[in-house]
Design a protein around this ligand. Structure first.
Ligand SMILES: C[S@@+](CC[C@H](N)C(=O)[O-])C[C@H]1O[C@@H](n2cnc3c(N)ncnc32)[C@H](O)[C@@H]1O
Length: 269
């Protein structure tokens, strides 16, 4: 019998639809995500992207000792545990109870426990200006249709002078099929089509959403919220790195950027 997969469409989704879809998706996917990527990510390490760039070498967050650091979409929270080891006072936040269960398991394995919070990145349960740094490695940002609202929410919880550093799929990847092989080298989608990618169940309820912003959109979302953009890092595929992660592969990585890391700052005054 032929199995039918989810219906795939491109359409606008409401905040409530997006939140419900992401929460269900990541709860359901948590164990297999960790099984597939846990060894690559480690239990105590901040790996920014499938290219394998580590905070230990990149230093995008600067010196964090004694500072208050929030991780958005932390998954198993390996990054927060690593920053804890650097002396930061960390909080790791995720929408998904399944992912936070993985974070607790990793805490038991590693013996490094950090505060975990279940919440939506669009409605952070913190007061204004309480963090020195907010960071995210593919957490929350790609899965939120209203990216501008997320930037405003991060701006709110950062103190003046605080840093916001987040990694997302490089916007250029949006034009290609989600294919690690040759098929993923052919441009098929419009870079300018901002409608989110949506998978739906038979009732038309979104089960997975991923939102696209162009490079210019990302910059405008940041600056409209009040941020100053300091850098946009495009990690290169390192020689000898042969591991494939979903649509990230050595074949594609040598030709086109796969990740964009935005380094922004809330102005001091
Ligand atoms: C691709 S995983 C990345 C996890 C982790 N940062 C890593 O590097 O492995 C995306 C994470 O973002 C979380 N997430 C998605 N939407 C979110 C939202 N609106 N608020 C908070 N977390 C969210 C998911 O639950 C999931 O843990």
């Amino acid at each position: 019998m032929q199995q039918s997969g989810p219906a795939i469409t491109r359409r606008v989704v409401s905040v409530a639809e997006g939140r419900a879809a992401s929460r269900r998706w990541w709860d359901h996917d948590a164990d297999s995500y960790q099984e597939e990527h846990g060894a690559f990510l480690g239990d105590v390490d901040l790996v920014w992207c499938p290219e394998g760039l580590r905070e230990a070498e990149a230093g995008l967050l600067g010196a964090v000792g004694g500072t208050r650091v929030l991780e958005l979409g932390c998954g198993a929270a390996a990054g927060s545990r690593w920053l804890d080891g650097q002396g930061a006072r960390v909080t790791a936040l995720d929408l998904s109870a399944g992912m936070l269960r993985q974070a607790r398991l990793a805490a038991e394995r590693s013996g490094v426990r950090v505060p975990l919070v279940q919440a939506d990145a669009l409605a952070l349960p913190f007061g204004a200006g309480v963090f020195d740094t907010v960071h995210s490695a593919f957490g929350a940002v790609p899965f939120v249709a209203d990216s501008a609202a997320l930037m405003r929410e991060v701006f709110r919880v950062l103190r003046p002078g605080g840093a916001w550093v987040f990694a997302v799929t490089h916007p250029l990847r949006w034009v290609f099929l989600d294919d690690a092989g040759e098929g993923g080298l052919v441009a098929v989608h419009s870079y300018f089509d901002r409608r989110p990618y949506v998978e739906e169940d038979v009732a038309g309820v979104p089960t997975y959403i991923e939102a696209h912003r162009t490079v210019g959109d990302r910059i405008r979302d940041l600056t409209a919220a009040g941020f100053v953009l300091r850098d946009m890092v495009e990690p290169e595929w390192p020689p000898g790195h042969e591991e494939t992660w979903g649509q990230w592969s050595p074949l594609r990585g040598r030709l086109i950027p796969g990740t964009a890391i935005f380094v922004a700052e809330r102005p001091a005054t």
